[in-house]
Design a protein around this ligand. Structure first.
Ligand SMILES: C[S@@+](CC[C@H](N)C(=O)[O-])C[C@H]1O[C@@H](n2cnc3c(N)ncnc32)[C@H](O)[C@@H]1O
Length: 233
């Protein structure tokens, strides 16, 4: 069983989350069942996650990008894979025009209730029209990428296309857990480390860093939190 104090932080380790999303090195993708059967998937409501350094950096970057935005409008931020919406809600509370999108109806209903906001939408990051309708200045992807690997190249192409349709740059803030050598069993053909993530995305990075995430649990391995901010034009 998962250590309740740690993230679902090994892609191979049997855990409650993994039975539903990635099990025995294979993508399962039953996000709706996961949200219906596990109270707090990925421990995403815990303070240690909500206030994690990469999320605090995300807020600081949104502040910087808002200051760069010409035309006086509020910065429009869309978080794809928002889950229960803590990141989106914080950005909204700080005055950004923030929207959260998740594929799970259950996650979105809970996000709407928890944060008393209707700025949470059921949707798929692969939906090019939704992306175009939402017209983000900034896209946040926090821990969603392992679940969209087969579509990732297409998602990146959609982001590039969207960026080219705008007269101001589009920014991507990306966070993803990576694992010690040999521990990852899924998606190894895409990337296994922070540096390989940067090489895969091939973007203009404004900031990139990887943070070690220790674990106190004997059943959960330590991981690394990859973070980057990129500019797309
Ligand atoms: C690990 S959780 C991350 C939740 C939150 N961003 C966080 O960091 O705490 C991944 C989220 O991505 C959502 N998701 C998976 N595939 C998706 C897709 N194709 N489009 C939108 N959301 C997706 C899942 O439902 C889940 O809520």
């Amino acid at each position: 069983m998962n250590d309740p104090n740690s993230r679902d932080n090994s892609l191979d380790q049997p855990s409650e989350n993994h039975l539903y999303v990635i099990s025995a090195g294979r993508f399962v993708g039953r996000f709706e069942d996961l949200y219906n059967n596990v109270g707090d998937p990925w421990n995403q409501s815990e303070d240690v996650i909500v206030n994690e350094s990469r999320r605090l950096l995300t807020v600081e970057w949104c502040r910087k990008l808002a200051a760069k935005k010409v035309g006086g409008q509020r910065l429009r931020v869309v978080e794809f894979g928002c889950g229960f919406g803590f990141m989106t809600a914080r950005l909204r509370d700080l005055g950004f025009n923030a929207w959260g999108v998740d594929i799970s109806k259950t996650a979105i209903s809970k996000a709407r209730r928890t944060h008393r906001s209707n700025r949470f939408i059921i949707g798929n990051i692969c939906d090019e029209q939704l992306l175009h309708r939402l017209k983000p200045d900034v896209i946040v992807m926090a821990e969603i990428t392992w679940y969209i690997l087969p579509e990732l190249a297409a998602v990146l192409r959609n982001l590039q296309k969207e960026a080219q349709s705008r007269d101001q740059p589009l920014y991507l803030i990306h966070m993803l857990a990576t694992y010690s050598p040999g521990e990852q069993g899924y998606g190894t053909e895409f990337f296994t480390t922070h540096d390989e993530i940067l090489e895969y995305f091939q973007l203009k990075y404004l900031e990139a860093a990887s943070f070690f995430r220790p674990s106190n649990s004997p059943t959960v391995n330590p991981s690394y939190g990859s973070f980057f901010v990129a500019e797309l034009r």
